[in-house]
Every structure is written in C-alpha cells, then in structure tokens.
Design a protein around this ligand. Structure first.
Ligand code: DQA
Length: 142
C-alpha cells in the first residue's frame, strides 16, 4: 500500500513556527515518525508552499499512490482549486490538521476541502497524521 502524505504551505517551518500551536518537532521528524509507526506501508512525502504544485502532485498521484493524507495548511480554508483537484482524483483523501481548527480564529473553522475528503482528523498534533493514515489504511483494506 502506497500512501502519499502532502504537507501544504508553511509546514516546512515546523519546529520554528508557533511551536505552542504546532509543536517543536520538525517536518523531517514528523515524516520519520509516520514511517516508523507504519513499517508495513510505503510512503511518499511532499511539501510545497505553492498551491499549483500541490494540485499537480495530486494529479500525478493517481498513477502511483493508493491514497492521500493531506494537511493543506491555510489552503484548507479558501482553495477551491485544491478542492476541485481532490474531488477529481479517484484516490481516497484524508484531511489532517495538527491544531484543532474549530478551536481557533473563526476563518480557520471552515474547510473547503472537508466535503470532498473521506474524513478529517484535527487537533491531535503529530498524532493527527497517524490517525489519518490508520483510517486510510483501514479504508483501503476494505
Ligand atoms: C493547520 C491549520 C491551518 O489553519 C494553518 O493555516 C496551518 C496548519 C494545522 O495543521 O493545524 O498551516 O493546517
């Protein structure tokens, strides 16, 4: 089973960016944690600060991946192009967030991608990704 994990804008700054909200671990450490937790799965990790590159990566994924876990960062809240790309992919997509987007500023409470995702995990720090991968794995097994 091959899972593509996509990290959106500003997630390359993990460890330095608002550590009280996002944690003190780096993106590299987060990716390693995911790999260590699921030795039975194959992973590809992709981070970009550019909406179009993320959309291109989702288009490509249909050739090579079985499912996608995405933390779209702030694109979550306004990117209809990202939403359309997710809607257009035949792959199952799980939305994850480190922070609880429902417990923060009001603009973060709305996700324009949730409706076209299999489900959403939000608020559990790095564990959100592990829960998201677990849910995707179970979905793909069925
Ligand atoms: C985030 C929440 C978003 O609102 C924010 O813009 C991010 C990170 C999270 O993981 O909690 O960049 O997706």
């Amino acid at each position: 089973m091959k899972i593509l994990v996509i990290h959106g804008p500003n997630l390359n700054l993990l460890g330095q960016r608002n550590p009280e909200i996002y944690g003190t671990f780096t993106l590299e450490q987060l990716n390693q944690k995911i790999k260590n937790h699921f030795p039975e799965l194959e992973f590809e990790f992709f981070q970009s600060n550019h909406e179009g590159q993320i959309i291109d990566r989702i288009h490509l994924a249909r050739e090579a991946s079985d499912g996608i876990v995405i933390n779209a960062g702030a694109l979550t809240h306004y990117s209809y192009s990202l939403r359309d790309a997710i809607e257009a992919t035949p792959l199952p997509v799980v939305e994850v967030h480190l922070s609880n987007i429902f417990a923060r500023e009001s603009f973060r409470k709305n996700s324009v991608i949730s409706e076209v995702c299999l489900g959403t995990v939000s608020g559990f720090g790095a564990h959100s990704y592990l829960l998201g991968v677990e849910a995707l794995k179970e979905h793909l097994k069925q």
